[in-house]
Design a protein around this ligand. Structure first.
Ligand code: IMO
Ligand code: MG
Length: 429
């Protein structure tokens, strides 16, 4: 039975929550494999809106397993709040499992995230300030504290003490800030640990058993390919691996177990945070798309930067991830425009550029070369075949998929779970 990975192909906010929720209809298990509360995934079920940060989108199906994999960084206080909010709305969350190997975001990570950003001044990354980068730094430095440690209070205290003695020196002597006391952190984290204990387990074992039992698994990436630590627009990236390969590490499965990799492609591009953005629209069209698409960060409320679709970037994403299909989102937001543009190459110093450059300074010099398409009217969410779509939408979708050599599998027609057109069932049913 297929194991399907859903990956953002741009700078995040492509509509992964909607696509994951739609595909989760068929899945038995949904797994988040990286990132943390920096993610903001909006899912609309029967006109009720859910904004998920740490919980996998599968949580909205109570009978399914929803797994927070080892590759995620977990802020236990945010997770408890998110679960409580679900319970208040009458949602059953007993399907949740949290990896004991996932690393914890600690209070000093959030403080250091803000202080590091501040000290960078103009060249700041524009992070979500959730402590994600500093938590992954500690993981790589082998001093991190893991979810499983919450279940061993004496060990947790020891690790916290060791970390605090180090972090407090940084806070005091590098940044001239107040130090943090042990007790309040210890108390609040152990309390959260008790709350989360029933959900904490060895999730890689669960996931691999499910694969052996021919269950259908869906791996849900957060962020997007261009925010990947290795392959994204470094240094304007997040500190984890959203690319499909990250699913193997962040969930604990071998690459041979993955069958399908679906790239979520928003019909235009958006970006929150700093860094070069070749197709950025700094005009009324950009403002129009931002307002119509409510392009404001789910996690931070920041207005998102908006631009046309960029095929140089998309091609790069298709190759890096090995997409087997595309899920198009937000074609409905572009309806009503006279002209829709797509960048198919860049121009730099009189040269045509088709490969996405590694250097952000190079990228900043690239000017997009556009192909123009006639716009389309409102999209009917009840369309059930590709042929029923407006011919201009068909042309746009065909041009994009043919350009990157990947067939479309899903076309989102609106916000709701049911406003979706399946062209190929990726679970092979
Ligand atoms: P979803 O899952 C868009 C961006 C931040 C910043 C950079 C680093 O909703 O698509 P971080 O806090 O991760 O250290 O910030 O990454 N970023 C996102 N942008 N969507 C997201 O998540 C993002 N998560 C982080 O804006 O530029
Ligand atoms: Mg988001």
């Amino acid at each position: 039975m297929p194991v399907v990975v859903v990956v953002g192909s741009q700078w995040g906010d492509e509509g992964k929550g909607k696509i994951t929720d739609y595909l989760a209809l068929e899945a038995d298990v949904v797994v988040r494999y990286q990132g943390g509360p920096n993610a903001g995934h909006t899912v609309v079920v029967n006109e009720e809106e859910f904004q998920l940060h740490l919980l996998p989108s599968g949580i909205l199906y109570p009978e399914k397993l929803s797994i927070i994999g080892n590759g995620v960084v977990v802020d236990p206080l945010i997770l408890v709040d998110e679960l409580e909010a679900m319970h208040k709305r009458g949602r059953d969350t007993r399907g949740l499992r949290i990896s004991d190997r996932a690393h914890l975001i600690m209070p000093y990570h959030k403080i250091l995230d803000a202080l590091q950003e501040e000290s960078m001044g103009e060249s700041k990354i524009g992070t979500t300030l959730k402590g994600v980068g500093p938590a992954y730094m500690d993981k790589a430095a082998r001093v991190g504290i893991r979810v499983g440690d919450l279940l061993e209070p004496a060990l947790f205290k020891e690790r916290l003490q060791a970390n605090l003695s180090d972090k407090n020196r940084v806070l005091k002597y590098i940044y001239g800030k107040d130090t943090l006391a042990l007790e309040p952190i210890l108390d609040s984290y152990l309390e959260a640990g008790e709350y989360l204990a029933p959900y904490i387990t060895d999730t890689a074992v669960l996931i691999n058993h499910a694969i052996d039992e021919d269950k259908k698994l869906l791996f849900e990436g957060a962020q997007g390919t261009l925010l990947d630590l290795d392959h994204g627009t470094y240094p304007y990236v997040t500190s984890s691996h959203p690319v499909a390969g990250g699913a193997c590490i962040g969930a604990g499965v071998g690459p041979t177990k993955i069958d399908e990799i679906i790239g979520v492609v928003k019909a235009y591009t958006s970006r929150v945070g700093d860094g070069p953005f070749p197709t950025e629209l700094l005009d009324e069209t950009g403002d129009w798309i931002r307002e119509k698409g409510h392009e404001y960060g789910v996690t931070t409320g920041r207005p998102r930067r908006i631009g046309w679709l960029d095929l140089v970037m998309l091609n790069y994403a298709a190759v890096l991830n090995g997409f087997t299909g595309i899920a198009f989102t937000r074609l409905d937001i572009l309806s009503g425009l006279d002209v829709v543009k797509v960048a198919y190459a860049y121009e730099r110093d009189g040269q045509i550029v088709r490969e996405f450059p590694a250097s952000f300074k190079e990228l900043a010099k690239c000017k997009p070369i556009y192909k123009e398409f006639p716009g389309w009217p409102e999209i009917d969410p009840n369309v059930r075949t590709f042929d029923q779509l407006h011919p201009n939408v068909q042309d746009y979708v065909k041009f994009v998929s043919e350009s990157i050599g990947v067939e479309p599998s899903i076309i989102s027609l609106g916000r709701g779970r049911e406003d979706s057109l399946t062209l190929r069932n990726v679970f092979g049913m």
